[in-house]
Design a protein around this ligand. Structure first.
Ligand SMILES: [Zn+2]
Length: 252
């Protein structure tokens, strides 16, 4: 059965409606008091309305709009404002309303725009506040963003490498730093017995493309009898000691 079609036979529903028409209706002659009207209206406003948050689909809206247009052309539907002119009083009221809802006063105000200096080159650029709230809008261009990215990443990587290095030093474990393994990779730390420690910056190594690179690198190293330990920035920042424990097989 198509949507919106009642299962009740037409005759029955007609009889039902007939039984409640006019004087037979239990509310015949009764009117809501002003207060009741107010209450009814209030009880269905905004969030309380059963239709609150419901939206017609774009397709349905288009359909409505097209039907209205067709009916206007066929002169079956009269535009509600046809032939009406607004009085000066109403015009002023509308103007005032419009001013009241402008900019910040509008319920859907997103915060306007802010001028911001690029973090890298210092050039001024305007961004919508919504972009800034998302954590974007710090750079004037993609180029400046990449420059910042490289600088920032290096700084982070060195800080976690330093944490690992300090822990190795503390335990008196001999190591070599930034060792190129022939044709495979540049590894962060090489320890005796072909043990490798890689300190991975979260940002760089969480990227899908780079993850794949890491895995294929590890596999190649494995076939050359290296033992690779990979630690993320989070792990190292939490406890470099625990990371090295894992490598040395202590407590795990
Ligand atoms: Zn810039």
């Amino acid at each position: 059965m198509p949507k919106g079609v009642s299962k009740t036979p037409k005759e029955t529903s007609w009889k039902r409606s007939e039984a409640q028409r006019g004087e037979k209706n239990h509310r015949f002659g009764k009117h809501h008091s002003e207060e009741e009207k107010q209450n009814l209206s209030e009880s269905l406003k905004g969030e309380k309305s059963p239709h609150f948050g419901n939206r017609f689909s774009a397709e349905h809206r288009k359909k409505i709009s097209e039907t209205r247009k067709r009916l206007f052309i066929e002169k079956k539907l009269i535009p509600p404002n046809l032939g009406k002119t607004f009085s000066e009083e109403l015009k002023n009221k509308l103007r005032k309303n419009h001013a009241d809802f402008k900019g910040e006063k509008h319920p859907r105000w997103k915060g306007g725009e802010i001028r911001i200096n690029c973090k890298i080159c210092g050039k001024e650029k305007t961004f919508p506040v919504s972009t800034i709230k998302k954590g974007q809008g710090k750079f004037c261009s993609q180029k400046c963003f990449s420059i910042w990215n490289i600088k920032h990443m290096k700084k982070k990587d060195t800080s976690i490498e330093l944490a690992v290095e300090n822990e190795l030093k503390r335990r008196g474990i001999p190591y070599l730093k930034q060792v190129p393994i022939k044709g495979i990779a540049l590894v962060d730390f090489l320890l005796p017995n072909k043990i490798i420690i890689q300190a991975d910056g979260d940002y760089w190594h969480s990227r899908k493309k780079n993850k794949g690179k890491d895995i294929s690198q590890d596999t190649e190293l494995y076939f050359k009898n290296y033992k690779v330990f990979r630690f993320t920035e989070t792990e190292i920042n939490k406890s470099a000691k625990k990371c090295i424990n894992k490598v040395m097989n202590i407590g795990n």
